[in-house]
Ligand binder design. Structure first.
Ligand SMILES: [Zn+2]
Length: 159
C-alpha cells in the first residue's frame, strides 16, 4: 500500500479522527499500520497518526527506540502535575520546531492491535510522543500550541 504525508492545510489534520469500532480490528488495520510505519521510518519520525497520511481514523504508531508500537482510540486519562518543555517538530509541518510545555508523565487508555482495552503509563520521550499523537487524533497540531504571548515577543529567536 502506498502512503504519503498530507500537508498542514489538509482538513483531516484539524478535526477529530473517527474512533475505531469493534469491526475495525482486522487485516485492513495491519495494512494501515504497515504504511504508517514505513513512512514514519522513511522520514526519521518517532511517531505518526493516521490522519497524517489522510486516513480519518483514531490510530497512532510510534517507535521511541524499542521497536514499533501502536494504539487505537488513544485518550490521555491522567497526567502528572510536573511539566516539562521540549522543542517538538512534526512530520506534517516540516522545518518548524515549537517549544511546548506538557505533563512529564501520562496514562493513556487505548485499544491494542487486536482491539483489547489497555492503559499505557509513559514518562519522558514516550509521554511526549503519545501526547503529540493524541493531539493529532483530536485535530490539534503543534501550531495550535504556539503561545500567544510569545507570538508578540519583540525579537524571535532564530532556531
Ligand atoms: Zn505531528
Amino acid at each position: 500500500m502506498g502512503a504519503w504525508l498530507v500537508d498542514e492545510c489538509d482538513p483531516g489534520l484539524h478535526r477529530p479522527a473517527l474512533a475505531m469500532g469493534d469491526d475495525d480490528f482486522g487485516p485492513d488495520l495491519y495494512l494501515l499500520l504497515r504504511g504508517m510505519l514505513s513512512l514514519m521510518y522513511q522520514h526519521h519520525g518517532v511517531g505518526l497518526a493516521a490522519c497524517q497520511i489522510g486516513i480519518d481514523r483514531s490510530v497512532i504508531a510510534w517507535d521511541t527506540g524499542n521497536g514499533p508500537s501502536f494504539a487505537a482510540n488513544p485518550v490521555v486519562i491522567a497526567s502528572s502535575d510536573a511539566l516539562c518543555t521540549h522543542l517538538e517538530g512534526c512530520l506534517s509541518i516540516p522545518e518548524r520546531a515549537i517549544a511546548i510545555e506538557r505533563p512529564r508523565e501520562v496514562d493513556v487508555s487505548c485499544r491494542s492491535l487486536t482491539g483489547d482495552a489497555k492503559v499505557i503509563s509513559a514518562a519522558g520521550l514516550l509521554a511526549r510522543v503519545l501526547q503529540h499523537e493524541v493531539d493529532h487524533v483530536r485535530g490539534i497540531t503543534i501550531l495550535d500550541h504556539i503561545d500567544r504571548h510569545l507570538q508578540g515577543a519583540a525579537s524571535p529567536t532564530a532556531l
